[in-house]
Design a protein around this ligand. Sequence first.
Ligand SMILES: Cc1cc2nc3c(=O)[nH]c(=O)nc-3n(C[C@H](O)[C@H](O)[C@H](O)COP(=O)(O)O)c2cc1C
Length: 388
Amino acid sequence: MEVFEPARLGPLTLRNRVIKAATSEGMTPDALVTDELIEYHRRPAAGGVGMTTVAYCAVAPEGRTERRQIWMRPDAVPGLRRLTDAVHAEGAAASAQLGHAGPVADASSNRVPAVSAGRFFNPLGMAFTKVAKAEDIERITRAHAEAARLAVESGFDAVEIHLGHNYLASSFLSPRLNRRKDGYGGPIENRAKVALGIARAVRDEVGDRIAITAKLNMRDGVRGGLEIDDSLHVARGLQEEGTVDALELTAGSSLLNPMYLFRGEMPIPEFAASYKLPMRVGLRMFGKRFLRVYPYQDAYLLEHARRFRAELDLPLILLGGITDRATMDTAMAEGFEFVAMARALLREPDLVNRIAADPSTPSLCIHCNRCVPTVYRGTHCPLVPEPD
Ligand SMILES: Cc1cc2nc3c(=O)[nH]c(=O)nc-3n(C[C@H](O)[C@H](O)[C@H](O)COP(=O)(O)O)c2cc1C
């Protein structure tokens, strides 16, 4: 496989195999699309990606990580339509990441209780989550399908279902966060019901009008969390049911171990400053314990992802430390159909075009993770010089 060749993704043909991964934008003060958000996605589209991913598109008000995030509702459609038009005009496709934050939601900001597989104290919202009842699960599953329908109406070419990072569906997958005694807890067959059910509902709703991908945790990276044997079970279920066209492989827990997602240094002062009291003080005092650091290396999820490649026929998207032509070529040689890139494209939105023109182009991203705490005030790389 060649990274810079057109590629099929379900009903879509992408101009190449590079996808801009979801990086929640923090550019929607009224939970509606702004010109700034459109420009944020137009730039990597103009910069050569095959598809950009709009995050965050919550499926319900309590599924936002905080109040200002877009949640999929008819009012959001005209703005999203302008966004997809702008991305298409640059020759790229657009995907909407559909998610329900579950225990990661800031309930005090949303002014609605967060729901989760189990009762959990979220220091962000300074509140316990509400245990999702069967009717909540039904409502939220239905909300994913409805959000996917609105994504089609908004001109999206794909949706990405968020099944990672200990958001709602991922909280059900985690034996640590899901200690339920009902049909949704216990063995992985039960813990996987929410994730598989959401994917099924989305497929039933949109058919093959657009492509469907899912972003699935391979491991949570926490003691007692989801491990690979169980996440493989979920992946096989998605494959057998034909509910997704490709699977993006991720890892980590926004709730319990965020740095497992990113690797590299975490700038604790910048991180703490982005939170309200008392989280700010807590992070300054205990940040080192919460933000356990893992060394960064290129293609850092490859080792785990190889197990998925070996056991699945489903197209797979390799993510995590893809920054240059060498890592893209490694992914292709290992049988991954697509690569996804996040931080490197925040640093340089035109990186893909430059790599296509010159395969020796290095990435300027240094994985300092100082982009991460910017998600609340306009996601950006603080190393990019301000325009004059
Ligand atoms: C600023 C920022 C915001 C992110 N927001 C999201 C998000 O909303 N949804 C998601 O699934 N992942 C999110 N991620 C994770 C990325 O999609 C990706 O999984 C991670 O950064 C690893 O890829 P990379 O090494 O190419 O940066 C975010 C990452 C960053 C840096």
